[in-house]
Design a protein around this ligand. Structure first.
Ligand SMILES: Cc1cc2nc3c(=O)[nH]c(=O)nc-3n(C[C@H](O)[C@H](O)[C@H](O)COP(=O)(O)O)c2cc1C
Length: 139
């Protein structure tokens, strides 16, 4: 079974209620656990940045569902890589709210202090999520 990592950016849909994010995380954790997908979701009330890792077939299956989800749009694939080991194995879906997406962190990995994953290289987004991961409590 091959492992892959997929990173994408998207924008919250207009009619998206900000409370919907906790519903997304709850169902993501439940679903991902069933198919051994792990990862991290960042959200600043405007943009999503998500990393999914797991078997190639399961990551692709989940990504197709995510692509068809009307709660977000402008979905852009930033990175898709075969990996030899997981990096987010302690989280079925870790969550990083706006308060964690600080100006110094955005300055380090992108051209502006605002969180905007469309302005980031796939590898910068990946590195930023690794740095965030190290601040997350294990679930
Ligand atoms: C930003 C975003 C991230 C999501 N992440 C996941 C995820 O990691 N895993 C997952 O199964 N569904 C995720 N979803 C939800 C899927 O799009 C889809 O609604 C869900 O898989 C359907 O599962 P359900 O039928 O059990 O509710 C996400 C949706 C959005 C908008």
């Amino acid at each position: 079974m091959f492992l892959v990592r997929l990173v994408y950016a998207s924008s919250k849909a207009k009619e998206f209620d900000l409370d919907d994010v906790s519903q997304i995380i709850d169902s993501a954790r439940e679903n991902n656990k069933k198919c051994s997908v792990t990862g991290l979701l960042c959200f600043n009330r405007k943009y999503f940045l998500q990393c999914l890792e797991g078997s190639r077939s399961q990551v692709n299956r989940i990504y197709h569902r995510i692509l068809n989800d009307e709660r977000h749009d402008r979905i852009v694939l930033l990175d898709y890589t075969e990996i030899i080991e997981r990096e987010f194995n302690d989280w079925w879906m870790g969550y990083m709210p706006e308060s964690s997406l600080t100006a110094p962190l955005n300055m380090k990995y992108s051209g502006t202090p605002e969180f905007n994953p469309y302005e980031m290289l796939g590898e910068s987004a990946h590195q930023m999520m690794l740095e965030l991961r190290d601040t997350l409590p294990v679930l």
